[in-house]
Design a protein around this ligand. Sequence first.
Ligand SMILES: [Zn+2]
Length: 433
Amino acid sequence: MRFYFPDSQDQVDPNFDFLREEHLPHRIRQRDDRYAHEVLGEPAYDGMLVSKAIVDGHVRGAGKYTGAQRRRLYDLGARAFFRLDAPERPLDSLGDCGAFNYIEEEVPPISVDDAIDFYDGCGFDAGVSVDHLVPAFFSERAPVLFATDEHQAEVAGWRRRVEITLAFAEDFLRRHRERGCSFEPVASAQGWSPSSYAESVVHLQRLGYERIALGGMVPMKTNQIIESLEAVDDVRLPQTRLHLLGVTRPRELGRFQNFGVTSFDSTSPFRQAFMDDTDNYHWPGGEHYTAVRVPPIDGNARLKARIRSGQVDQDQARIGERDALMALRSFDAGEVSLGEVLDSLRRYHVVVGEADRRTGVVRDRTEEYARTLDDRPWDSCTCGICERVGIEAVVFRGSERNKRRGFHNLAVFAMDLRQRILDAATTTSTVRA
Ligand SMILES: [Zn+2]
């Protein structure tokens, strides 16, 4: 089971100064920064997934690359740009179009040759055909009756998106041959139900594809994914390898491999570090810790607005911020007690904490923070980051800390994934025996 980490320009600055909160003056973003695979003790993923929309921009706006970064990616090629050639474990690269960015359009605003120019121009190992997402899914185990004309029209719209995707896949393979490309062509299969996914796979196999990426599964529930995989499994040829595009429930991956899934991509463990309300710092075996929020006053537009409106006292906020950070570091060094650091955090949160809109009460996370700090998970973690930055890994504050915690989560995820795959393989062989 190969895990691809989607690129969204997530790097950390190895020279970031946590005490002064400063970068070196001449740092060049991306070039001087480090990807997760460059800072973790062991690479947590097997490859990177890079979307054309993120690099080249898309209908809804610019991508995440500056003009200079984009030029450098095309000039150097993906292997050198992402520094994928670690001697002990070189990583793969996979390109796709980033269909989510043009889901609102009638037809994808990208031609087959545009996509090939991107994959070939950047020298990716593999590239996914141009596709169009279907913004709906219906389980056939709980059939919905499409009796009204409106519903019928809706289904016709989804069918059209699937047909567009299949037509693009056919052209993609033809142009890939005509242009003599060396990257591996991967077909995208879309659907709105288990049987429509299966029909797409039948069609794509007939065209000659041996690797098929199943798209549109991001909002789906685990049982809907399983149902679709079962339907696809009934028609899947032995040589067909499946990729799941965007997996948000990676705990089920052990089960997915029994349906021919050989790879997937997910940002979920990374993003939970700073998007989840409570599960920010992961621990092997499925345990989670809440990161300790010390929001920076500088660069926080919402906080600044509250200072300007007189809701928050600026001096008090600055003192509270400094004290909270100092208390955390002193706690890490064993110089202050858990009670003292929790008091500092509480004082800062009274000043800057966001009040609940309904109750007007600032959320008290003391219990969650006490558990994180008392267990000191960063002390025993060997991911390659926690040993270096210590308690900063559990501090929820700015991208240098939050992304490092995301990278730590990737390392934990990789460890758990290996275990889940072993467990699933053992269960399968026991059942067969
Ligand atoms: Zn760690």
